[in-house]
Every structure is written in C-alpha cells, then in structure tokens.
Design a protein around this ligand. Structure first.
Ligand code: SAM
Length: 265
C-alpha cells in the first residue's frame, strides 16, 4: 500500500507542484505569512509543516528559521519531491498527518495549512501534532472559509450549483471551513490556551482564462468536479462562472479568508 492509498485526501492531489501553484499555490504562498505570524514563528525554532504540498508554507518557515530547522511531510510523493527540489536542506518525508513519522516533543511548532479538511482522521491529526511538539510548543492550522470568504471557491461552487443542485459544494462536504471548528478540534486534542481568528489574503489573475484554466487540471475537489463533467456541461459552467466573476476583460483580484486556530501542547 502506498501512502496515497492510505490517505484518501492525497488522491485529490495527484497533480504536479507547478500545476498546484497555478490553482491554490497562488493563495497558499501568501497565506503562509499571516499563518506563521499568528503562530509566532521566528528564529531559533524547529518546525514541522504537516501536509506540506509543494511547499508554500515550508518556504515561509525556511525564510524565518533556516532549512536545517524545518521538516515537511505529505502523503503525495510528487509534492515531497517538489519540496526537496525547491527547498534544499529541508527534511521532507512521505507520510500521513494521522501517523507523523517523528518522535515525541521533536518540534517547537507544528503547522498545517489547508490540510485538516482533507485528512481521514482530523482528531488523530491534532493529537499527533500535539505529540510531536514539545510541552509549551505551538500547534496551528487553518482552512478556507468556504461560506464566502474564499471567493475563488465560492464563485466556482455557486456557479456549479446554479447548473447542478447536487454539486459537492465544499461548504457542505468539507469540515473545518467554519469559525470555531478548528479551535474545537484542538481543545478535544488537549491543547491549551487555544485562540482562533481569521487570515486574509488576495490573488490576482491576468484574465478570466488565467482563472478558469487551473480548474481543468483536476486539482482538489473543484478540479475533480470540473474534470468529471461532459464537455457541454463544462462549457456551461465556464460561461456561468465567467458571468459571476463579472465577465472581466483583463486583470482582476479576488480575496480569500481562512479560519485558523492555535494552541499550546
Ligand atoms: C490544499 S493542499 C495544501 C498544501 C500546502 N499545505 C499549501 O498550503 O499549499 C492539501 C494537502 O494535504 C495533503 N494531505 C491529504 N491527506 C493528508 C493526510 N492524511 N496527511 C497529511 N497530508 C494530507 C495533500 O496531499 C495536499 O498536499
């Protein structure tokens, strides 16, 4: 059994790091900065990026503490290879958040950016993040506000629902996209001093094609949905989405909000 077989969430991400970057990386690269700020990440710490993908948060952690103090783990082997190639010196491993391949108390902080809604067992993940952090260390995580704050995904699912009421809107199919859900998870895991809040970023597009094309790459639940449609339905979705984005003729910018929580081990 490969790590992808045992981590269904990873099967949503069989694309390359470069393809991921054009879809979600253009947001997650920016989101890494306020998440690391919220977690109090700074020089001298030893850090773990859980569900690192191709390394958006990993790179921000390395910028703050140096590659030799950063570990990164993800069940998708091509993402782990991407991190190794992009950020030499990082200890990047294939593995699952539910069974982190590190000893107790190894890190000063463990962070998971846009991961909790994909893991098979979020409670086990939170317990594992707590286990690998030293007493008093920080566990932090964030997930998009699927209800409306993440405009790219909200626009996509609203367009999809307009044509297909059964479309699997992530607001209803994925956990942790509401305020307080991650904080509740962390409290169940025994973390202390749990705090929560929101993080806001934005991303720019050259034109509508730059926005639409990444949805055709099978990336994440939205990409998988678009990929499974027949050509006619996909063309109608394109037109519906274009209208909802405002039929832009040139560059445009969208906002994205994520809910986060942090606690102490
Ligand atoms: C939306 S991506 C986020 C990647 C990266 N953290 C970022 O911010 O760009 C979700 C990531 O969760 C990973 N993932 C899915 N199931 C997982 C699990 N059980 N344990 C750890 N990571 C998992 C996927 O492989 C993917 O890289």
């Amino acid at each position: 059994m490969t790590s992808s077989d045992s981590a269904p969430g990873a099967r949503t991400f069989t694309i390359s790091g470069d393809v991921y970057d054009r879809f979600m990386g253009r947001y997650s690269t920016k989101l890494a900065v306020p998440l690391a700020d919220a977690a109090g990440i700074g020089p001298g710490q030893t850090l773990l990026d859980v569900g690192c993908g191709p390394g958006a948060l990993t790179a921000e952690l390395v910028r703050r503490v140096g590659a030799e103090h950063v570990s990164a783990v993800d069940p998708a082997p091509q993402f782990v290879e991407a991190v190794r190639g992009r950020i030499p010196g990082v200890d990047a491993r294939v593995g699952r958040a539910e069974e982190l391949p590190y000893p107790d108390g190894r890190f000063d902080a463990a962070l998971a950016q846009l991961v909790l809604h994909f893991v098979s067992d979020a409670d086990a993940t939170a317990r594992e993040m707590r286990r690998v952090v030293r007493p008093g260390g920080v566990v932090a995580a964030c997930v998009w506000d699927f209800g409306g704050g993440m405009q790219m995904l909200r626009l996509f699912w609203d367009a999809a629902l307009a044509l297909d009421p059964a479309a699997p809107d992530e607001e209803h199919t994925r956990p942790f996209g509401r305020d307080g859900e991650i904080a509740g998870l962390f409290e169940r895991a025994g973390l202390e001093d749990v705090e929560r809040g929101s993080l806001e970023v934005e991303a720019s597009y050259e034109d509508f094609d730059d926005f639409w094309t990444p949805f055709l790459s099978t990336t994440g639940p939205a990409g998988a949905y678009a990929d499974a449609l027949d050509d006619g339905h996909r063309a109608r979705l394109h037109d519906e989405l274009r209208t909802r984005v405002g039929s832009p003729e040139g560059p445009f910018t969208l906002k994205a909000k994520a809910w986060y929580a942090k606690g102490r081990a």
